[in-house]
Design a protein around this ligand. Structure first.
Ligand code: ZN
Length: 433
């Protein structure tokens, strides 16, 4: 699994995976952020225009871009001659050209002939010093991030059972470039594996999770990103090469409709914005109108699922998060024990319900009961009086397991969420004894 994570929100998930014995790697793109491995992209392997984009050079600043192009071409020659060049070398070259000093000497130190490009760079700096200085300033800022370096990080160093690419700290331009870079490499490595072509191969299928997908694949008409190419390619052709894609967004209307329409299954949570509702409807033929009508009314953690993931469209309720992401210390043992305790209480409640009513509890009753809280409880000779409270007030449940008896002060009918919640509490107390 590969997660592109713009805000570093999956770092804790990777920690959980590690603690459970999975191989997990957090890849960072900014020096001062969290990660196990720094992702590096070789400067000379990068197209100079892409480098200028990543550095934030405006598209119409043609002289600055030309200066980047020339310095890059000279650096590339040095690289071929065996010198390891990085962004700081490009910055030094541009500065010396702008200051009209020692550019020749510097290039000679690299062990190469600067050729036409060096002459052109010197001439450009002569006519327009600003362009060379600005190019140096843009590249220097990019260098401080640390992602562009002398060579590119091997895929084998970053891919694990779970790889989280923590893009926090990177500008939109850099995040876009890194996303494009990693996705393109992964896709090509899978194509090589499936087709038996030479080069770096990836022998296991891979599922890509694109968090905040609107940042990488906005509608073509709205904005062009570099990563769009890679995302669109994986969306349309990925499956046959074992590259699967999950697109995650809170704003479906801001994701390219061609990419959305390639998604076979959908998990749709609460959608209020009409534009987003429209985008969801357009992306799936399977979403019946009555499901769409329900989208604004879904509660937190509830979702409509359609597509091959489920046999029939379904409404699901997600269980509570197991780990407090972002919390300082996660005690796994404690979290699991708590989870096991809850699961046992749940099983006990279901059994008790069956004993009382001769059937399993309806799922909606069980789900609704989770929103209720036990306010007070008292028991006498096996007869319980339990007060439970929800958003809409309190209810008093009287029940006795021995006498197969349960009554709710609010619903009268005994098969309600209040009774279920009270039963779960009785079972929990019994288990503690
Ligand atoms: Zn009730």
């Amino acid at each position: 699994m590969l997660v592109l994570d713009p805000h570093g929100e999956y770092v804790a998930a990777a920690e959980s995976a590690k603690a459970q014995g999975y191989g997990a790697v957090v890849v960072k793109v900014a020096r001062h952020h969290v990660g196990d491995v720094m992702y590096k992209i070789g400067v000379v392997d990068t197209d100079p225009d892409a480098l200028a984009d990543a550095a934030g050079v405006p598209p119409n600043a043609s002289k600055i871009r030309y200066a980047v192009y020339l310095a890059h071409a000279i650096a590339k020659r040095a690289h071929k001659a065996g010198r390891r060049v990085d962004l700081r070398d490009l910055v030094a070259l541009l500065r010396s050209a702008a200051a009209r000093s020692a550019a020749d000497k510097l290039v000679k130190e690299w062990g190469v002939d600067g050729g036409e490009e060096l002459e052109d760079l010197k001439e450009l700096a002569q006519r327009n010093r600003h362009s060379a200085f600005s190019a140096a300033a843009y590249l220097k800022r990019l260098a401080s991030l640390g992602v562009f370096s002398t060579r590119t990080t091997a895929l084998s160093k970053i891919l694990a059972d779970l790889t989280v690419v923590n893009l926090a700290g990177a500008s939109d331009e850099v995040a876009d470039y890194v996303a494009w870079h990693i996705l393109t490499r992964v896709f090509r490595a899978r194509v090589r594996h499936v087709r038996g072509l030479p080069g770096v191969k990836l022998d296991a299928p891979i599922a890509v999770f694109l968090e905040e997908a609107h940042r990488f694949a906005p509608p073509k008409a709205a904005r062009r990103t570099r990563s769009y190419e890679a995302v669109a390619r994986i969306a349309s052709e990925g499956r046959k090469f074992g590259v699967y894609l999950a697109v995650i967004t809170q704003r479906p209307s801001r994701v390219d409709p061609d990419v959305m329409s390639q998604m076979q299954s959908q998990i749709v949570m609460r959608v209020v914005n009409p534009k987003d509702q429209e985008a969801v409807r357009d992306s799936s033929e399977q979403l019946a109108q009555d499901f769409l009508d329900n989208l604004p009314g879904l509660d937190r953690g509830e979702a409509v699922v359609v597509g091959p993931l489920v046999r029939l469209p379904a409404v699901i309720k997600l269980r509570d998060r197991l780990f407090e992401y972002g919390g300082a210390d996660i005690s796994l043992a404690e979290a699991w024990r708590k989870r096991r305790g809850e699961a046992e209480a749940e099983r006990g409640a279901i059994l008790a319900w069956r004993r009382l009513f001769g059937r399993v509890p309806p799922p909606d009753v069980a789900i609704a009961s989770r929103r209720l809280e036990v306010k007070s409880k008292a028991s006498e000779n096996g007869a319980w009086r339990i007060v439970v409270a929800g958003d809409d007030g309190e209810a008093v449940v009287e029940l006795s397991l021995e006498r197969s008896y349960a009554k709710c002060s609010r619903c009268g009918s005994a098969q309600c969420p209040h009774v279920y919640r009270a039963l779960a509490e009785v079972v929990r107390v019994a288990a503690q004894r």
